[in-house]
Design a protein around this ligand. Structure first.
Ligand SMILES: CC(C)(COP(=O)(O)OP(=O)(O)OC[C@H]1O[C@@H](n2cnc3c(N)ncnc32)[C@H](O)[C@@H]1OP(=O)(O)O)[C@@H](O)C(=O)NCCC(=O)NCCS
Length: 163
């Protein structure tokens, strides 16, 4: 098992998973740009016996870490790899940061996974996706996050009755 930084060499393997697990996958050029050029990118892959298990892509603008993409290959899903991928990812950061992401309202596996790690719903973005589905915005705060940021993040959720 190997958790390591993603590189442009991983593009084909990531693209194969991306196409197979998402109804509206990123296109290959977007993935290539993320892997090769995006300035605040922090992208990671999880590899087993030279086979790509999954990946997680994020943008880091301290103290914010936005998780922009995560996927586990179909043949590895429901076997705990999503949890391992996220555990490895979180261990790369200290507790000064906070994490946030958007997820489709209907994406139960992802919602279960994020909730398991302490993510809370803080907002809803109406009709966020191309097909009109809403996005739930979720955030997970580190222990040392300044109180004003914590209040700001989690008061949004209270307004929407989400937390
Ligand atoms: C979301 C995803 C990364 C989860 O990866 P995974 O390896 O299958 O997840 P795990 O096996 O670690 O399971 C994590 C939790 O989700 C639950 N879960 C996973 N798949 C599930 C499913 N299809 N239905 C219900 N629960 C599911 C597991 O039971 C586990 O819950 P538990 O902690 O109560 O046991 C994976 O389903 C995936 O790649 N989906 C397609 C891409 C995607 O939607 N990404 C998220 C975008 S926001």
């Amino acid at each position: 098992m190997l958790f390591r930084n993603a590189t442009i060499e991983d593009l084909n393997a990531i693209w194969e998973i991306e196409k197979s697990v998402f109804s509206s996958p990123w296109n290959r050029n977007q993935l290539a740009f993320e892997l090769a050029e995006y300035p605040t990118a922090s992208h990671w892959v999880y590899v087993k016996n030279k086979s790509m298990v999954g990946y997680i892509m994020s943008h880091v603008v301290f103290p914010e870490v936005q998780i922009i993409n995560i996927a586990v290959s179909l043949s590895y899903q429901c076997r705990g790899f999503g949890k391992r991928l996220l555990s490895c990812f979180f261990s790369e950061f200290d507790e000064e940061v906070y994490f946030y992401l958007e997820v489709r309202e209907s994406n139960l596996p992802a919602l279960i996974l994020y909730t398991h790690f302490g993510f809370e719903s803080i907002d809803i973005r109406k009709k966020y996706y191309y097909d009109g589905e809403n996005a739930i915005v979720m955030a997970k705060a580190g222990n040392s996050i300044p109180q004003n940021i914590t209040n700001q993040l989690f008061s949004i959720g209270s307004e929407h009755g989400m937390v």
